[in-house]
Design a protein around this ligand. Structure first.
Ligand SMILES: [Zn+2]
Length: 342
């Protein structure tokens, strides 16, 4: 009664249904309190099984808005197969407009494979990896840079799973119609949803669709198009639900993010002044920005240099930085000849 995650999802029922996951978490105001996380299901016959989720981090809004809208707009009759939607996965974080949950300071995307007897964020991660992900063929987890980071809108997968599964993930990612996509190497034991999906036998797809704790017409349009294109590629729907969409302008440019050496980190308190915007093409040694010591304003600012060739994919938005803050990341371009599948 006091651990785990409860729900009354009927996975066999053909229906359009909304309900909640319940996570017991006794608090002062309410001894039998349950965190009620919205969950939507649309099932129509047999076919592909897709899990769409957002709100893994609470301050990343493109996915949260788009997936709730998708459920509102989708008719059951337009679906072949199953769509499960978790639009606000780590609900306390979403309600607090924060990356992590204020209930337990849990970062859902660092909580997999989770703990059934742990705090709410870890119980949710455990339920997702052990019960919900295994029921689906594809898990699409939508992110953005959040409040503190600007992010080039990118699709994203991790180098996970056996070669055939990774190859399928790569094809699906390219089909999302995003201008950029990157492949991250976090390892099979990573605490992320993508690694959790792979351990559960599902294909994991993700993306950073914007940033800055806001949305723009461009980031919302790219997100809506990516969701529709995925569902159409999987043959769960046959025509766009969130469109009309602008045509895709060109092939997705593939990048790789494989090491911390592709980023610049702060090592002391200061102010970061960027030299370029996300999307800039840079060469190792180019000026990435300047670091100001506001406690020694008479001292010259430090010039920061890009550590690698590539495209700037993310950049810290807050000038005020502390030791350990990631200031900028560079994605390494991958040519088609790079052997990604190993
Ligand atoms: Zn995120």
């Amino acid at each position: 009664m006091h651990t785990g995650v409860f729900h009354d999802i009927d996975f066999a029922a053909d229906q359009k249904w909304s309900g909640h996951l319940g996570i017991p978490f006794s608090i002062d105001r309410s001894p039998y309190f349950q965190l009620k996380i919205p969950v939507f299901r649309i099932k129509n016959g047999t076919g592909p099984k897709v899990l769409l989720m957002a709100g893994n981090h609470g301050d990343e809004y493109e996915g949260e808005m788009t997936l709730a809208r998708l459920y509102r707009r989708l008719d059951q009759s337009a679906v072949t197969g199953e769509i499960t939607i978790l639009p606000f996965a780590n609900l306390p974080a979403v309600m607090a407009a924060r990356r992590r949950s204020p209930l337990d300071e849990g970062n859902l995307n660092r909580a997999f494979p989770g703990d059934a007897a742990g705090t709410p964020t870890f119980r949710l991660a455990h339920f997702l990896e052990h019960e919900l992900f295994p029921r689906h063929d594809v898990v699409f987890d939508l992110h953005s840079g959040g409040t503190s980071m600007a992010h080039l809108p990118c699709a994203l997968i991790e180098q996970q799973g056996p070669p055939d599964m990774f190859s399928r993930a790569l094809d699906l990612m390219k089909g999302l119609g995003m201008p950029f996509a990157f492949v991250a190497e976090n390892g099979a034991d990573a605490p992320t949803s993508m690694a959790g999906a792979a351990r559960a036998g599902a294909i994991g797809l993700s993306g950073e669709f914007g940033g800055g704790g806001t949305v723009t017409p461009q980031t919302m349009a790219l997100t809506a198009r990516a969701v529709d294109r995925l569902l159409i590629a999987l043959r769960v729907i046959t025509s766009p639900v969130l469109g009309p969409h602008a045509p895709v302008e060109g092939a997705t440019e593939l990048l790789a993010l494989q090491s911390h050496a592709q980023a610049v980190f702060a090592t002391r308190r200061g102010w970061f002044e960027p030299a370029v915007a996300p999307g800039a093409r840079v060469t190792a040694g180019d000026v990435a920005g300047w670091y100001h010591d506001f406690e020694r304003p008479e001292a010259p600012e430090e010039t920061l240099h890009f550590p690698a060739d590539g495209i700037v994919i993310s950049q810290r938005l807050h000038a005020d930085c502390q030791s350990g803050d990631c200031l900028v990341q560079v994605g390494r371009p991958l040519t088609p000849t790079h052997a990604l599948v190993r």
